[in-house]
Design a binder for this molecule. Structure first.
Ligand SMILES: [Zn+2]
Length: 393
C-alpha cells in the first residue's frame, strides 16, 4: 500500500479532508514527541477527548500507531500511551554520490531496515545509469513491501543544482524533458522528493544531529565536491530559486583548472574533493601507487599516512579561509563539517578552525563553534527520511 495521505484532494469531502488533517497532525506530534496520552493528543489536535480516542482507533486500524502501555500518573489513573508503530510506515532513502549509490529503507523510528544496498559506480548523466538506479530502488521496494502497510515515499539526495519544489535536477540526471521527480514517480508508483545532498545532510543535522535545537548553523559537505546546507532561523534555507549554498563554487583563486560549473578558481579546487585529488595526482608522479580517490586518501590519513595527512591539513587551511567569509556573512552559532573527508576528524577540522579564527573578526567568531558531524555516513539517508516524513504528514 502506498501513502494514504497522498490523495487527490478534489475527490474528498470537507469532513474527509478535515480528518486527514487531524491524522497528519497526530502522526507529526507522535513523530516529534515519541509517545502521548489521549488527553495530550486531544489538546494538540484541538479536538475533544472522545474524538481523539476515535482518531487513535482509526490510526491503529490503519497500522500507523500502537498502544505502548501506561505512562506515569498525574494523580489519577495511569494514562494509556500511544506511539508510532516502527513498521507503520517506511521511507526509501537514495543517496547518490559521485562514486556510489546507497539505497536504504527506514522505519518510523528512524531505524535502518535490512541491509543498505551500496553500488560503487560513478555518477553518469545517461540512460544506463538511470536504469541501474531505478532497478536498485525497485528491488528495495520489493524487499520491504511485505514488512509494512505503507511505503510513504522515496527521498533522493543528489549533488548539483536541484529545485526541490519543481523536482528538477539541473546538473545530474537531467536527461529528460520532464522534472526528474515526475519521471521517477511515474516509474516507481510512489511519491518521490528530491533535494541537494548537502542540504539534506543539513536537514539530518537539524533533526537528528548536532544542529538539533540550534537556529543558525552551516553544514559543510567536504567530499567529492564542496557543498553546503544552511539552517537559518531554525529552518533549511533554499534561496529564491532553490540553489542556495553553492559554497564550493565561490571564487578563491585564478589559476585552477576549469571547474565542472564552467568557472576557474572555484573554492572546491582548494578546499574540497577536486583540490585533494589535485594534490594527490601531483604527489603520485613521484610516489606511484598513492591512491587517487577521495575516500581512500582519507582512509590513508586516518591510518597515519603522513603525505595524506599533510594534504588534508592543506585542504583544511584553505577551507578555514572560506569559512572566515561565511562567519562574516552569516554569523553562525555552529559550523558542522560533514562529508567523506570529514571522517578524518581533527586532521581537517583543526587547520580549518585555525585559519577561520585567524581570518575573521574575533568579536563575531567567538560565538561560532566548529564541529565534526557524528552522522557523516548516514546523513544523506537521514535527511532523505526527514524530507519524506515532512512532506507525507
Ligand atoms: Zn565551480
Amino acid at each position: 500500500m502506498t501513502n494514504p495521505f497522498v490523495q487527490r484532494s478534489n475527490a474528498l469531502s470537507s469532513p474527509q479532508k478535515k480528518r486527514i488533517q487531524q491524522s497528519r497532525k497526530l502522526i507529526k506530534m507522535l513523530y516529534a514527541h515519541g509517545s502521548l496520552a489521549v488527553a495530550d493528543i486531544s489538546k494538540a489536535v484541538s479536538i475533544s477527548v472522545p474524538s481523539a480516542a476515535r482518531l487513535i482507533e482509526e490510526m491503529i486500524e490503519a497500522g500507523f500507531i500502537e498502544s505502548i502501555g501506561q505512562g506515569i500518573s498525574g494523580g489519577g489513573r495511569r494514562p494509556q500511551l500511544f506511539a508510532l508503530k516502527a513498521e507503520g510506515g517506511m521511507v526509501i532513502g537514495v543517496d547518490i554520490r559521485r562514486n556510489l549509490i546507497n539505497v536504504g529503507a527506514m522505519n518510523l523510528h528512524n531505524q535502518l531496515v535490512g541491509e543498505l544496498t551500496t553500488l560503487h559506480t560513478p555518477l553518469e548523466n545517461n540512460e544506463g545509469y538511470f536504469q541501474l538506479l531505478t532497478k536498485t530502488v525497485k528491488e528495495k521496494i520489493k524487499e520491504i513491501k511485505p514488512l509494512t502497510n505503507h511505503i510513504l515515499g522515496i527521498g533522493v539526495a543528489l549533488p548539483g543544482l536541484i529545485n526541490t519544489e519543481t523536482g528538477h535536477s539541473y546538473t545530474n540526471l537531467n536527461i529528460f524533458d520532464t522534472p526528474l521527480r515526475k519521471v521517477l514517480e511515474r516509474m516507481l508508483g510512489i511519491p518521490v522528493y528530491l533535494d541537494n545532498d548537502a542540504r539534506l545532510m543539513a536537514l539530518a543535522e537539524l533533526v537528528f544531529g548536532k544542529a538539533k535545537g540550534l537556529r543558525n548553523v552551516l553544514c559543510l559537505n567536504v567530499g567529492a565536491g564542496l557543498g553546503m546546507g544552511m539552517i537559518i532561523n531554525g529552518e533549511l534555507f533554499h534561496g529564491s530559486t532553490g540553489f542556495a549554498g553553492e559554497f564550493g563554487h565561490t571564487n578563491y583563486g585564478q589559476n585552477e583548472p576549469l571547474c565542472s560549473c564552467g568557472q576557474h578558481g572555484c573554492l572546491e579546487w582548494y578546499a574540497g574533493g577536486p583540490g585533494l585529488l589535485k594534490m594527490a595526482k601531483e604527489y603520485e608522479t613521484t610516489e606511484p601507487g598513492f591512491p587517487l580517490d577521495v575516500d581512500n586518501i582519507t582512509e590513508e590519513a586516518i591510518s597515519g599516512n603522513q603525505p595524506a595527512i599533510k594534504m588534508i591539513n592543506t585542504l583544511g587551511l584553505n577551507l578555514g579561509r572560506g569559512l572566515a567569509n561565511l562567519v562574516h556573512l552569516m554569523n553562525p552559532e555552529m559550523i558542522i563539517l560533514g562529508g567523506s573527508i570529514s571522517r578524518s576528524g581533527f586532521i581537517l577540522s583543526e587547520p580549518a578552525e585555525k585559519t577561520m579564527r585567524a581570518n575573521s573578526i574575533s568579536h563575531i567568531n567567538e560565538h561560532t563553534k566548529i564541529e565534526t558531524s557524528e552522522i557523516i555516513e548516514l546523513a544523506p539517508l537521514l535527511g532523505a527520511q526527514a524530507l519524506v516524513i515532512s512532506k507525507s504528514f
